[in-house]
Every structure is written in structure tokens, then in C-alpha cells.
Ligand binder design. Structure first.
Ligand code: NAI
Length: 437
């Protein structure tokens, strides 16, 4: 097997996406905690206000990424995969010429081809990326902390990185075109995040469209159509991602497209025999764990196993403050799909472990949505500190077709956040223990 990649092994997720951003998000939370407690005297011990060297954080992140990419290199070597560092351009469905990173070209022909070219940050035509207008990649390469940051787009990337930079000490302002943050989630879910932004003096302009920039500010039109501006030493553009389908020779491969994405069936087969496509390039959700699962499946199908990509639900996590997890349908989506539902909600404010971890005060909760007739769980949503770690149990429950009684009847460890999940199911069944029914 031959793997062709022009960038670092591990793609966007490992080199400039999930892992580097989570490193910054984690460090930013530590920084915020230290700042909040600087000069407190506990047991006679106090510490001074911490100082941040952004270049130091960047090199810590680079080390972390280096270790993980090195690990992937070893795994590939162990599996006998030949790695070619270069950019592939297909001349027909099974043949590509690789422009090697070190110079020169090589041509490869294969019986099976898997396209996993991912996606890139969308640019705004009137604000091209440069040293001041940053993408989710270049913001993680800064060596000094900007005093002010204007973030265009309060979706996944804007909020995750904007909140991290606010915690590090930058004055952050969001400009979001819609009348809500994180449109994928309902108002009940996003309220704790809006509250955090307000409490931490992070300004949020909704129904506001970015229109350009002058030397010191980002310009936008507000909900009434009036021209406004916000301070912007740097600008982060986080208005979505687009699939990497150009410059690949896709036209020579004669495969069908579905809009801007490569069209695939439920086995990730393209319209051309033995050409497969996986990950962001085949469409939403653009999540690393979806791409990984599709890759595993395609490898097994090529190896002769019978598989298809048919998850009941794919969990999504937004690493904001507090975190958000969503698996399956919200009550509104379930009703729109014709379901008669019951819901149960349990607040982390009533959970010992959440309070012990200084959570619970952020308005967080677990909410379960189930079909009224048979109690099969259709959706699980949670907001709160550390809830990302519950996403596995949530996804498992939905994938296994759990009913409310299965969740309520499973003994959950005390004290853990998972108790909140069991209690939400009990609440839906009308008999919660630690809150009033
Ligand atoms: P997004 O679609 O989540 O949010 C983009 C936001 O920008 C939208 O709310 C949109 O209304 C707004 N917008 C667009 N044009 C605008 C303009 N001219 N002025 C003001 N606002 C404007 O896209 P984002 O945040 O770039 O993330 C892309 C994708 O990357 C996500 O959909 C997700 O699949 C993936 N991702 C996943 C993460 C995770 O799993 N934790 C983290 C980061 C990204």
C-alpha cells in the first residue's frame, strides 16, 4: 500500500485542527484558572499573576504534534505502508503523478484508490488570509498574543478558538451573521455559552455581517443595516470549511460529484469502480471520527469483509466553555421527523462530582429525548464542563438502541458525571432521585 500526502502525516486534525486547538484550549483554561487565583492566599501559600509566552505555548503544541505524527509514521512503517511525501494529480481514475515535496515526479498506478483529501478553511473574498486576517491554522502559529481579536463566525471554530484566546487574555469580539451562536444546537444548549461570553466580557454581535477592515478595526453591518466596527489587531475568519477537490485531477477520474463534495454510496464507493472517498471530502459532518470510521470500513471492504457505513448517530462535541455534546435528534428535530417524544433533563448543579470539579455552576445539564411509545432514545445532548468525555456513552446508548429503562437501570459510578445521564433518563420516566419530578 502507498500513502501519498503533501502535508504532515495525520492531516488537518493532527497538524492544524483538533489536536493543536485542543492543546491551546487546555492551556488557556489552565491560564485562566491561574489568573483567577493569583494572589489568593491558601494555607499561607500564594502565587503571583502568571505570564504567558505565546511562542512557548506554540512550541509545546508543536512538540505534541511532532510526537503524534512520529507515532503515525512508526505505525505506517510497521504496517508496511510506503509513504510518499508529495501532491498527487490523477491522470485517470487509477493513475496519479506525484509532485514530490523534495523535487521531481513519480507516477503510481493502483488497483484501488482511496481519496481522503479533507477540507480547507473558507476565505471571505473581501478579507483574504494574510498576516492579520487569520485562519484556524495561522492563528495557532502566532508568537505574540494579540491585544484584540475580532472573530467572524460564532460556529465551532470561531467559538472554540475565540474562547481560548479570551482566556489567554485577548479582548475578543464575535461578529456572527445569524441571530444565534452555534446554529446546529438549540437555544437551551447554547445559553450557558452565551452566558459565559457575557460574564467574561466577550462581545457578541449577532445578525451582523462582516464587510471589510481598516487598519485597526473590523467593519460590519449590524442587524439594522448600520455600519459598525470593532477593534481588531487580528481577525479570525471562521465561516466554514470547503472540501479539497480542486487541483487533484478529479475531472480526469470521471467520478460524480454531489454539489462541492465527492458523491459516495453507503460503502464510500464513488461512481468509478474501486475508487473510494472518505472524510470531509464526501460531506457533512466534517468530523475526524467520521472520516476515521469510513477509512476503517473501506479497508475492511477491500480486504473482503461485508461492511457498510450506517451509523444511527455520530456524536459531535464543541469544545467551548462550557463544552457541548450532541448525539442524535434534539426534541425539535425529533418532532419534525414525526416522532411523539418525551424528554428528561438533569442539571449538573444537582450532581456532587460536577460541583466537586467546580462545574455545575455553568448552567450545564444532560437532556435525553426518547420516543414516547417505546422509550427508545432518539437523542442525547449535554452542556457543561468535561461533558465531552460522556460522548462515548451517549453514542453507545443510541447505537445499541437503548431505551430509557436501560439507561436508568444501569448502575452508574458515583461520583461521576455519568450519573447525570442516568438521572436524565429517570427524569424522562418521571422518577428522578436528586431533583423534583
Ligand atoms: P461553522 O459552520 O460551524 O460556523 C461558521 C459560522 O460563520 C456560521 O455560524 C455562519 O453563520 C457564520 N458566518 C458565515 N459567513 C459570515 C460572515 N460573512 N459574517 C459573519 N458570520 C458569518 O464553521 P466553522 O466554525 O468554520 O467550522 C467548520 C467545520 O469544522 C464545522 O462544521 C465542523 O464540522 C468542523 N469542526 C469541528 C470541531 C469539533 O468537532 N469540535 C471543531 C472545529 C471544526
Amino acid at each position: 500500500m502507498t500513502l501519498v500526502d503533501a502535508g504532515g502525516l495525520g492531516g488537518t486534525c493532527l497538524n492544524r485542527g483538533c489536536i493543536p486547538s485542543k492543546a491551546y484550549i487546555h492551556a488557556a483554561s489552565r491560564m485562566q484558572e491561574l489568573v483567577a487565583h493569583a494572589n489568593d492566599v491558601m494555607m499561607g501559600i500564594s502565587c503571583e499573576k502568571p505570564k504567558l509566552k505565546l511562542a512557548g505555548l506554540r512550541s509545546w503544541k508543536d512538540d505534541l504534534v511532532g510526537k503524534l505524527t512520529g507515532g503515525i509514521g512508526s505505525l505506517l512503517q510497521g504496517a508496511g505502508v510506503k509513504v510518499v511525501h508529495g501532491h498527487a494529480i490523477f491522470t485517470d481514475a487509477k493513475t496519479c503523478t506525484v509532485r514530490l515535496n523534495d523535487g521531481g515526479e513519480q507516477t503510481y498506478t493502483a488497483e484501488h484508490v482511496v481519496l481522503a483529501t479533507g477540507s480547507t478553511e473558507a476565505e471571505l473574498p473581501f478579507l483574504r488570509f494574510d498576516a492579520r486576517v487569520l485562519s484556524s491554522t495561522s492563528i495557532l502559529e502566532l508568537d505574540t498574543l494579540p491585544k484584540t481579536l475580532a472573530v467572524i463566525g460564532a460556529g465551532y471554530i470561531g467559538l472554540e478558538l475565540g474562547i481560548a484566546f479570551a482566556k489567554l487574555g485577548t479582548k475578543v469580539t464575535f461578529v456572527e451573521a445569524l441571530d444565534t451562536i452555534l446554529p446546529q444546537y438549540d437555544a437551551e444548549m447554547t445559553r450557558p455559552i452565551s452566558r459565559w461570553l457575557k460574564q467574561h466580557k466577550v462581545t457578541l454581535h449577532l445578525s451582523a455581517k462582516a464587510s471589510g477592515a481598516n487598519k485597526t478595526e473590523l467593519l460590519f453591518t449590524d442587524k439594522d443595516g448600520a455600519n459598525q466596527s470593532v477593534p481588531a489587531e487580528k481577525i479570525l475568519v471562521a465561516v466554514g470549511r470547503k472540501p479539497n477537490t480542486s487541483g487533484l485531477g478529479l475531472e480526469s477520474m470521471a467520478i460524480d460529484m454531489s454539489g462541492s463534495f465527492i458523491q459516495v454510496d453507503n460503502q464510500c464507493r464513488t461512481s468509478m469502480r474501486n475508487v473510494w472517498a472518505i472524510g470531509d471530502v464526501v460531506g457533512e459532518p466534517m468530523l475526524a471520527h467520521k472520516g476515521t470510521a469510513q477509512g476503517e470500513m473501506v479497508a475492511e471492504i477491500i480486504a473482503g469483509k461485508k461492511r457498510r457505513f450506517d451509523p444511527t448517530a455520530i456524536a459531535a462535541v464543541c469544545f467551548t466553555e462550557p463544552e457541548i455534546v450532541g448525539v442524535g435528534l434534539t426534541p425539535t428535530e425529533a418532532k419534525a421527523a414525526g416522532e411523539d417524544v418525551i424528554t428528561g433533563k438533569f442539571p449538573f448543579a444537582a450532581l456532587g462530582k460536577a460541583l466537586a470539579m467546580q462545574g455545575g455552576k455553568d448552567g450545564g445539564f444532560v437532556r435525553v429525548t426518547a420516543r414516547k411509545s417505546d422509550h427508545v432514545v432518539l437523542g442525547i445532548h449535554a452542556v457543561g464542563a468535561h461533558v465531552a468525555e460522556l460522548s462515548g456513552e451517549f453514542a453507545l446508548a443510541i447505537e445499541m438502541g437503548a431505551r430509557l429503562e436501560d439507561i436508568a437501570g444501569t448502575i452508574h459510578v458515583h461520583p461521576t458525571l455519568t450519573e447525570g445521564f442516568a438521572e436524565s433518563a429517570m427524569s424522562a420516566l418521571g422518577h428522578p432521585i436528586h431533583i423534583k419530578a
